[in-house]
Design a protein around this ligand. Structure first.
Ligand code: AMP
Ligand code: ZN
Length: 141
């Protein structure tokens, strides 16, 4: 528990959330500023800023709940044509709330939400050699 953390306050019921699911380890609730209707967040009750701070066992519990919510969203909001499962892991990855959360973001055609890239990005495919070089830096994982 981090007393400055809004999601810890939600876990402690000090701050309201529209809670979709709760067990001993996990909580899921509706995002306050949804990208589309149904946008939900799945969090660990334990406070951790980054995914790597969580035990693997705990981290892995986020996804099954996320998938259940995603399926329900597709059932209830048929305009949903796809789901973005998204974790911003660190400030420079776009993380605004420093408590691990998995976004379940329903997507529909032309919903106006997208990642933006530098124009040069679109012209660039790595060669086999370039990809191999990067891979060699990363293995063994
Ligand atoms: P991120 O940028 O990945 O850290 O996303 C943080 C998300 O938390 C955003 O989608 C916010 O709209 C959402 N959020 C912030 N405060 C609350 C809150 N009190 N209840 C529900 N969602 C919140
Ligand atoms: Zn927290």
């Amino acid at each position: 528990m981090n007393s400055d953390c809004i999601f810890c306050k939600i876990v402690n019921k000090e701050v309201f959330a529209a809670v979709l699911f709760e067990d001993d380890d996990i909580m899921a609730f509706m995002d306050i500023k949804p990208i589309n209707e149904g946008h939900s967040l799945v969090i660990t009750k334990k406070h951790a800023v980054l995914v790597d701070e969580l035990e693997e066992e705990l981290y892995l519990k986020l996804f099954p709940i996320g998938r259940k919510i995603a399926n329900k969203i597709k059932e209830v909001f048929p305009e949903t044509k796809g789901i973005m499962y998204f974790i911003a892991d660190g400030e420079h990855a776009g993380q605004e709330v420093p408590h691990v959360h998995l976004h379940i973001i329903p997507r529909k055609p032309n919903d106006g939400f997208d990642f933006t890239f530098d124009p040069a990005y679109y012209d660039r495919l790595l060669t086999e050699e370039e990809r191999t070089k990067v891979k060699d830096k990363l293995i063994p994982i």
